[in-house]
Structures are given as structure tokens and as C-alpha cells.
Ligand binder design. Structure first.
Ligand SMILES: C[S@@+](CC[C@H](N)C(=O)[O-])C[C@H]1O[C@@H](n2cnc3c(N)ncnc32)[C@H](O)[C@@H]1O
Length: 290
């Protein structure tokens, strides 16, 4: 494995030839964009216009080792220890899920619909991408976030500090209703969650970089009931979501209808609706409490 010369053009060809068994061409371009932005401060335009320019030896070496690690299936975000979400930079490591574009769509929907000073609770916060983006864009709100993983909470706290936002974090197991009710005082205007939702039988659909690196506690719902997290959170809304409050979920399209059915049957909501993501999949649920 050798880069033909110090030119950006040859580095780009090198990444494509080394990584084409793991990623498709557009994914390699996206990886290159993140790596070149991180190591050289290059914008997308720089990448297009500076193809003939030479990269100094020290930066070239960093980009070479980055490619070597990518070849072992480590996602670029874990190598660079950063991920972009809703135009904000987040620290990420293997203790947290890499924030996804669908979740940015959810945050965008929530921010557009809830502009006043409100209280928000994010359940299963991971990197803290949801509460930090909400607080950053609705600074008068009071934002709470919880997770079962202490390691994830440490990452989320780091991200709140990096983005100069104040979030109230709590360690809580959302499947343990008694514990949650004891730990969480009061109730909230908005409850949000992107819980683990990948079913055991969908494991084979995940790519090797995801399955080998991202925390399984964040990805998979274990046991017989695929929508257990959604059910527990809907049950919790009886006590923790204020009257006229709103519940927002990110969903697995395969179980979206089941979650909708459970929310409707709980009889605590005036309206419950499923919302499609940009790729046309049933990805979100919004419910308005009586
Ligand atoms: C799909 S990830 C979502 C992370 C982040 N909110 C995002 O959208 O990128 C699910 C999160 O739920 C947390 N989690 C898993 N089981 C939990 C439980 N029983 N109680 C609370 N959080 C849990 C995981 O640690 C993980 O951070």
C-alpha cells in the first residue's frame, strides 16, 4: 500500500483503491471530506480546486495512518474522535453511537415546532447530540437528558461543555420504571427518544464498521419485545409528560405501526402521527397529550 505522490489527487485515488471493498465511492468521498477537513482544514471547494497541490510529509503520514485504520473497519468519526451534527461539532468515541442524519431531521422538526421556553427530556442521550442541539438553538429552554451508560453520559457532558450549553444529566435505566420515577422530579413539556431499535434478526443488515465498533447497547433491542423501549417511555408519559405536552420518537420503520398502535391504545394522547424521513421511510412519531 503506497501513495503515488504527495499530491491531493493521488491521495484521493489511494483512499478509493484501499477502501472500495468496505465503502462505496460516495461514502469514500464523504470520508475524505471529513479527514481532509480535520487534518488540513480543507473545505469541499478546496478538495475540488486543489487537486494538484502537494500535501506536506507530516500531514500525508497522518492521512496514510488514518486510511490504514479505516481499512480495519473503524468508522472515520471514531478515528478523528469527532462527528458533525446539526452544524455543531461533537466528541465521539466507542462508548456512543455516531449521530445519524435521520436524528438531525428529528431535531429540526422539534426545534421548528417548539420555539418558546420549554422543558425537554431526552431519553437514551448517547453523545448528547439531541439535547445539546436543542439547547444551543432554543437557549431559554431547560434541557434534561438521561442514559443507562455512565461512559456515554461522560461523553455527553463533554459535548455540552464543548458547545457551551447547560444540560442536566441523569443516569437512569428507562426499563426500570420505579427507579426512573424516583430519580426524575417533576414533569416535562417535551419528551424525546431515539432508543435502541435494531432487532436481532436485522443484525446481518448492518455493515461491519457499525457492528464491530458501535456500542451494541445503543443499537440492539434484546429479548422478545422489539418495542419495549417505546412502550416503557409511552407508559412513563402518563406521569412525566405534562398536559398538552409532546412526545417525539425516532423509529425503526419495521415496527413503526406497532409503536403507533401502542401509543393510541394508551388513550393519553389527543393526536398520534407517524412522519416519514427524507428517504420516505416511516421514521418518526409525534404525539400530543390530552
Ligand atoms: C440509538 S442510541 C441513541 C443515542 C443518541 N440519542 C443519538 O440519537 O445519537 C440509544 C441510547 O440509549 C441508551 N440506552 C440503552 N438502554 C437503555 C436503558 N435501559 N435506559 C436508558 N438508556 C438506555 C444507550 O446507551 C444509547 O446511548
Amino acid at each position: 500500500m503506497r501513495i503515488a505522490s504527495n499530491s491531493l489527487k493521488d491521495l484521493i485515488s489511494f483512499y478509493h483503491s484501499e477502501l472500495n471493498t468496505i465503502y462505496d465511492s460516495s461514502e469514500i468521498d464523504a470520508i475524505l471530506h471529513l479527514a481532509l477537513e480535520h487534518y488540513l482544514g480543507f473545505s469541499r471547494t478546496d478538495i475540488l480546486t486543489k487537486k494538484e497541490s502537494n500535501i506536506n510529509q507530516s500531514d500525508l503520514l497522518k492521512l496514510y495512518f488514518c486510511c490504514k485504520e479505516l481499512k480495519t473497519n473503524v468508522p472515520i468519526q471514531y478515528i478523528l474522535k469527532e462527528a458533525w451534527f446539526y452544524n455543531l461539532k461533537f466528541y465521539v468515541d466507542k462508548n456512543v453511537l455516531i449521530p445519524r442524519p435521520e436524528t438531525e431531521e428529528l431535531v429540526d422538526l422539534i426545534l421548528k415546532e417548539n420555539k418558546s421556553a420549554l422543558s425537554f427530556l431526552d431519553i437514551g442521550t448517547g453523545s448528547g447530540c439531541i439535547p445539546v442541539s436543542i439547547k444551543k438553538n432554543n437557549s431559554n429552554s431547560i434541557v434534561y437528558a438521561c442514559d443507562i451508560s455512565i461512559e456515554a453520559l461522560n461523553v455527553a457532558k463533554k459535548n455540552a461543555a464543548l458547545n457551551k450549553t447547560e444540560i442536566i444529566f441523569m443516569e437512569a435505566d428507562i426499563l426500570n420504571e420505579k427507579e426512573v420515577l424516583k430519580k426524575m422530579a417533576g414533569s416535562f413539556d417535551i419528551i424525546i427518544s431515539n432508543p435502541p431499535y435494531i432487532k436481532e434478526n436485522e443484525r446481518d443488515l448492518l455493515t461491519k464498521p457499525v457492528i464491530d465498533n458501535e456500542p451494541h447497547m445503543a443499537l440492539f433491542v434484546n429479548g422478545k419485545d422489539d418495542i419495549i423501549f417505546y412502550k416503557k417511555i409511552i407508559d412513563l408519559c402518563q406521569q412525566k409528560l405534562k398536559a398538552k405536552g409532546k412526545l417525539y420518537f425516532e423509529l425503526n420503520p419495521l415496527t413503526a405501526e406497532n409503536v403507533l398502535g401502542y401509543a393510541k391504545a394508551s388513550k393519553q394522547f389527543k393526536t398520534v402521527e407517524l412522519i416519514k424521513d427524507l428517504s420516505g421511510k416511516m421514521r418518526f412519531l409525534k404525539a400530543l397529550k390530552n
